[in-house]
Design a protein. Structure first.
Length: 421
């Protein structure tokens, strides 16, 4: 499993998840979409090779094969495949060296951008002091039966509450944060708590590292965009689980009030961002307890997505064999005749006639005549064909040029000429 293939597979998964998100948003728990994004990260960085017969990639190869067989787009069935050209290109030494150089240089530039953001975020955390509302926060979490192990600080450098930290998870409140507005206060604290409970800061760090490595894949940047949305909405849904659906309107108003504050969005903080307020408000107002039907569907959806897009195709590239990624085992074939004789009605031969080449009534040229041969009979190099055309008998020997293995037969292709007796 090579790096480029893993990145391409992840790109297809991203497109599929974005499509599902458009169709199913507010119909299934947003936690499902977070889990689907994690599956993309698994596909990106865990080099497993779990091949199946039925997945999206085999479907693409099947369609490609049918197009080549029917020659709709003038693709030669035997010699030319788009994927072969692509593989040969990306395995060229000059391409590898150039790509590696550009990959490292741009990757370091992307990393430096996020590193500056990381240093700024850590500076805010270091300069923050224990919050005066710490006791109120702890009492709220205790009342809701939630773990109150997280630190609570306040800072003059921010205008909105934020969740920060992997090793030292912390809720940071702006200095002078009004705790008298009970509804707003509870909404803010519970929202930031959910970010820490579900390890969103850690996930953000992972995504940033992935962007630094896979910066060349534009669809990887879509993860950065969408996973932030789904983390925020997921936290909103968890808060509503705590305060009840009857408080949807007040929670939505709290969201609007906090989002109206002017503040800089930072990569390594989670908070009440002013962006995506409309999407989050709609999700809040449509909130309802997950039904059994939706719960079952939510479990099955990631499984289906993984089987379709997270598994590998069973198509073997030549370079995989050359690189030693695939083991070739040569098994001695049983003794079989090297020819097979059949009589074929002319109607079955006519689609394979080479009509553009020079030919006389004495000769019929055939190109890649397709026939099925049972597995037990084995492949034959030569096919002796007899047919009848307009009361004349034709016969000749065709040579094997290609073959595909199906469950019970060889799909064999023969080319050659038949001559009138």
């Amino acid at each position: 499993m090579n790096f480029v293939y893993m990145s391409i597979s992840a790109a297809f998964m991203i497109l599929a998840i974005i499509g599902l998100r458009k169709l199913l948003i507010n119909k299934v728990p947003h936690l499902v979409f977070e889990f689907l994004w994690i599956l993309v990260l698994v596909r990106l960085y865990i080099p497993y090779d779990f091949a199946t017969d039925h997945n999206f990639y085999n479907l693409l190869y099947g369609i490609r094969g049918k197009l080549a067989e029917t020659d709709i787009f003038n693709i030669d069935f035997k010699n030319y495949y788009i994927d072969r050209t692509f593989v040969e290109f990306v395995t060229m030494s000059s391409f590898k060296y150039l790509f590696t150089l550009v990959w490292i240089v741009v990757g370091l530039m992307v990393f430096s951008y996020f590193w500056h953001d990381y240093i700024s975020a850590k500076k805010i955390w270091k300069n923050a002091v224990p919050a005066t509302a710490t006791e109120q926060v702890q009492n709220l979490l205790q009342k809701k039966g939630l773990n109150n192990k997280f630190d609570v600080r306040e800072s003059k450098e921010i205008s909105m509450p934020m969740a920060y930290g992997v090793l030292h998870p912390t809720i940071i409140l702006p200095a002078g944060f009004d705790t008298n507005k009970t509804i707003v206060f509870e909404a803010v604290i519970l929202h930031e708590y959910m970010h820490l409970k579900y390890h969103h800061p850690f996930l953000q760090h992972i995504i940033v590292l992935i962007l630094c490595v896979n910066w060349f894949n534009p669809l990887i940047w879509m993860i950065y965009r969408y996973i932030g949305r789904d983390m925020e909405i997921s936290c909103d849904m968890h808060v509503l689980d705590q305060i009840g659906s009857n408080n949807r309107e007040s929670y939505a108003l709290s969201l609007l009030e906090m989002a109206s504050n002017k503040g800089k969005d930072m990569t390594f903080y989670n908070g009440f961002t002013k962006h995506l307020v409309r999407e989050r408000t709609v999700a809040i107002m449509k909130y309802k307890k997950t039904s059994i039907k939706a719960a079952i569907f939510s479990v099955l959806l990631p499984v289906v997505v993984f089987l379709l897009f997270g598994t590998s195709d069973n198509y073997v590239f030549g370079d995989e064999i050359e690189a030693g990624e695939m083991e070739v085992v040569i098994v001695e074939a049983p003794e079989l005749p090297n020819y097979r004789e059949i009589f074929v009605p002319f109607s079955e031969l006519e689609p394979y006639l080479v009509k553009n080449d020079a030919q006389t009534i004495d000769e019929l040229k055939l190109n890649e005549f397709k026939t099925l041969i049972p597995l037990e009979e084995g492949l034959t190099e030569e096919l002796h064909v007899n047919t009848e055309v307009a009361m004349y008998q034709y016969s000749g020997t065709l040579q094997l040029v290609d073959a595909d293995l199906e469950k019970e037969n060889f799909v064999s292709y023969y080319s050659g000429s038949l001559y009138r007796k």
